[in-house]
Design a protein around this ligand. Structure first.
Ligand code: ATP
Length: 241
C-alpha cells in the first residue's frame, strides 16, 4: 500500500525577527515510524520543530497533517489536531503537582474536567512511577521522571505525531535506555515520532528515517540504518560537506 506520510513538512523557512535560521527544511513523519533529525548545534533543529508546532511562524513552505494544511494554525489548534511537541529541557511546571501537570496537557483540547481526568488516569496507567507521585511537586522528581512527565503531558491529548527535542540531555545512561524503550514502544503503537537527539548513535539505532540539517538546510535524507546515512552524518558533524 502506498503509505501517505502523516506529517509533511515542505521547504519551510523562518527564524527570529529578521534573522532567518531555517532556510529550506523538508521532512516527513509517518505512523509507526521514527524520523530522526540530526545536525550540529545551531543547525536549526529546534527552530524547525518550533515552526511545526506553531510556536514560530513560517515565512515560506507548508506543513500538512493528514493532507491538510496546518501551517498557519495557532499552537493549541495544532495540538488539538494531533501534533505534540516536547520542548528541550523538560518544560514542566515545577511548583505544580504531577497530576496538575498532566491535567494541563489536555488544556488545548478544551474538554470538560471529567474527560481531562480520564486522560490523567490513562497517563498514570502508562507511567506507574508517576502515579506514585501524583501529588508531588514536579520539580522534586528526578531528571528522568521529569522527562517522563513532560512526555506524558504531551501524550495526554492523544496525539498522532510526537516531536521530542533532545529528551535525553542530562540524563544518566540507564535512564536514557529507558527513555529509548518508551519511544520505541510509542512508535510500535502507531505514533509518528520525530526525534531530535545529541546521542546520534543511539538515535540512529532506533530511528527509521534520518534527516541531517546544516545551516538551516537539509543536507541528507535517508534510511536511518544505511551505511550512506552514517557517512553523511559523520561528514556533517565533522564539518565536511
Ligand atoms: P541546538 O542543538 O543548539 O539547539 P539547533 O539545531 O536546535 O541547535 P536552533 O536552536 O534551531 O538550532 O538554532 C539555530 C540558530 O538560531 C542558532 O544560530 C541560534 O543562535 C539561533 N536562535 C535560536 N533561538 C533564537 C532566538 N530566540 N533569537 C535569535 N536567534 C535564535
Amino acid at each position: 500500500t502506498a503509505q501517505h506520510p502523516l506529517l509533511e513538512v515542505s521547504s519551510i523557512a523562518g527564524g527570529y525577527g529578521d534573522i532567518t535560521v531555517v532556510r529550506d527544511v523538508s521532512f516527513t513523519a509517518s505512523a509507526g515510524r521514527i524520523t530522526a533529525i540530526l545536525g550540529r548545534n545551531g543547525a536549526g533543529k529546534t527552530t524547525s520543530l518550533r515552526m511545526v508546532s506553531g510556536l514560530n511562524p513560517i515565512s515560506a513552505g507548508s506543513i500538512r497533517l493528514g493532507g491538510k494544511d496546518v501551517g498557519r494554525l495557532a499552537p493549541h489548534a495544532r495540538t488539538a489536531k494531533g501534533i505534540a511537541y516536547v520542548q528541550e529541557g523538560k518544560r514542566i511546571f515545577r511548583q505544580r503537582s504531577v497530576q496538575e501537570n498532566l491535567m494541563l496537557g489536555s488544556y488545548p483540547l478544551r474538554i470538560p474536567r471529567s474527560q481531562v481526568m480520564k486522560k490523567v488516569e490513562e497517563a498514570f496507567d502508562r507511567f506507574p512511577a508517576l502515579a506514585k507521585k501524583r501529588d508531588v511537586a514536579a520539580g522534586l522528581l528526578s531528571g528522568g521522571q521529569q522527562q517522563m512527565l513532560a512526555i506524558a503531558q504531551a501524550l495526554a491529548p492523544g496525539p498522532k505525531v510526537l516531536m521530542l527535542d533532545e529528551p535525553t540531555t542530562g540524563l544518566a545512561p540507564a535512564i536514557v535506555g529507558e527513555l529509548f524503550d518508551l519511544i520505541t514502544r510509542l512508535r510500535d503503537e502507531g505514533l509518528a515520532v520525530v526525534l531530535v537527539e545529541q546521542a546520534v548513535d543511539f538515535c540512529l539505532s532506533i530511528a527509521d528515517e534520518a534527516v541531517v540539517l546544516n545551516l538551516g538546510q537539509v543536507v541528507y535524507r535517508g534510511d536511518a540504518k544505511s551505511a550512506s546515512t552514517r557517512g553523511a552524518v559523520e561528514a556533517t558533524y565533522m564539518g565536511v560537506e
